[in-house]
Design a protein around this ligand. Structure first.
Ligand SMILES: [Fe+2]
Ligand SMILES: [Fe+2]
Length: 404
């Protein structure tokens, strides 16, 4: 909510949206100015700078304010030392920073691979193999951080992020069911490449908000064949990676594509790929649709078990991610909102949550990790929410205060 405030009423932690009025000292004139940079007032010095510039009043956005849970507002110090204090779980923060950097690198590599295929050049498979290895290393180091990084996605990069997320999900899933590392590598690589053929499908079809015409749908389905074509000359690509590309849209009842394979014709790896692919596609937001919470996606997988998906693998997949998958946004009974950063295998309803917002008071709060399994804690998860249902810029907040 926007509110006009006198410079005398400003406090550190408030979010300045615009300057309402300034007074030019020499002439006594006053007028309206645009603020050079919107943002949170870090400390009293920032308020002093505005005062020195002749600012008389500003417009603040109360929804973006950062308040302490204590009655007095605690100033946020921009120094790294203070920021580290905000991360109460330093090792998780470090792993998350690394995972995010790796994720960014993977996006660049993915974009390059697609560009190469679109322009008829050879794929740099070695770089992709190297990337899969780094993902697996990061996953074994701290799976929660890797999954969390994958779930903090942006709306505009669906194609790139979806491929990376399917790779991460396949890696976590295959690790969970105890497949050997050699297989995990091949599945992860397949995940990166599974939709590479989409680069040859017209954007107008890929991003069409409404229902596709039969001809458009036929063209969309062709991405699998384009994908197979993209890798056919790469002799070193393992067979399991090829299966991920070729089988990720096949369904157990034979209603999938491109070959309408059914039952035993679809390998375990193909079945795993279709589960990870469907889960990520449902939970992701795209330019034309909002994502849904994980529980809804689990329901789709369960409802279609036996028809489209392998039921035994679906239940393993759900167990692997947990009731509240890492990276989910959850609202607690107290009205506090946070992101799940650590699952709890013993008590799946009580993960560790990084709190940063109060939904009832509609303001940011000091970032704090809360272990919901802690004894005598009078709070619990009320529901999962999607980023889109909240009127706050969560990725930006995370970039500024959690990942830095
Ligand atoms: Fe696909
Ligand atoms: Fe896909």
């Amino acid at each position: 909510m926007f509110k006009k405030l006198s410079i005398d009423d400003l406090q550190p932690g408030m979010y300045v949206e615009a300057i309402a009025e300034t007074k030019v000292k020499a002439t006594g004139e006053s007028g309206s100015h645009r603020i050079a940079q919107k943002g949170i007032l870090r400390d009293q010095a920032a308020i002093g700078s505005l005062r020195n510039a002749g600012v008389v009043s500003v417009i603040v956005d109360t929804a973006r304010e950062i308040k302490s849970e204590t009655p007095s507002v605690q100033p946020l110090d921009p120094t790294p030392a203070k920021r580290n204090k905000l991360k109460s779980n330093k090792s998780f923060g470090d792993s998350l920073t690394n995972a995010r950097a790796l994720y960014q690198k993977a996006k660049e590599l993915q974009a390059k691979a697609m560009e190469n295929f679109a322009s008829g050049q050879e794929l740099d498979i070695e770089s992709l193999v190297d990337m899969s290895d780094q993902f697996i290393e990061s996953l074994f180091d701290n799976q929660d951080a890797m999954l969390c990084a994958a779930m903090m996605r942006t709306k505009d990069d669906y194609l790139l992020e979806h491929s990376i997320n399917v790779a991460v999900l396949l890696a976590a899933f295959s690790k969970y069911i105890g497949l050997e590392q050699r297989i995990i590598r091949q599945l992860t690589l397949g995940g990166f490449l599974h939709d590479i053929g989409k680069i040859k499908v017209d954007d107008a079809i890929l991003k069409k908000p409404g229902r596709l015409t039969p001809a458009e749908y036929e063209e969309m389905k062709r991405h699998v064949e384009y994908g197979i074509e993209a890798v056919q000359a790469i002799d070193s690509l393992p067979d399991i990676s090829r299966q991920v590309i070729a089988l990720h849209h096949e369904k157990l009842d034979g209603s999938g594509y491109p070959n309408k394979f059914s039952g035993e014709e679809i390998s375990q790896y193909g079945r795993m790929a279709s589960i990870c692919d469907c889960y990520d596609a449902i939970t992701a937001s795209r330019c034309y649709k909002d994502g849904v919470v994980s529980s809804r996606a689990f329901k789709v997988l369960l409802d279609d078990s036996g028809k489209h998906f392998d039921g035994a693998l679906v239940s393993q997949f759900i167990k692997c991610l947990g009731v509240y998958p890492v990276g989910s946004l959850v609202e607690l009974k107290s009205g506090k909102l946070g992101v799940v950063i650590k699952s709890n295998q013993q008590s799946p309803l009580r993960p560790v949550v990084k709190l940063f917002y109060n939904v009832r008071h509609q303001h940011f709060i000091e970032v704090k990790d809360l272990d919901l399994a802690r004894m005598n804690l009078n709070d619990e998860i009320e529901r999962t929410v999607t980023q889109e249902s909240l009127d706050i810029d969560i990725p930006r907040f995370f970039d500024e205060f959690i990942f830095n």
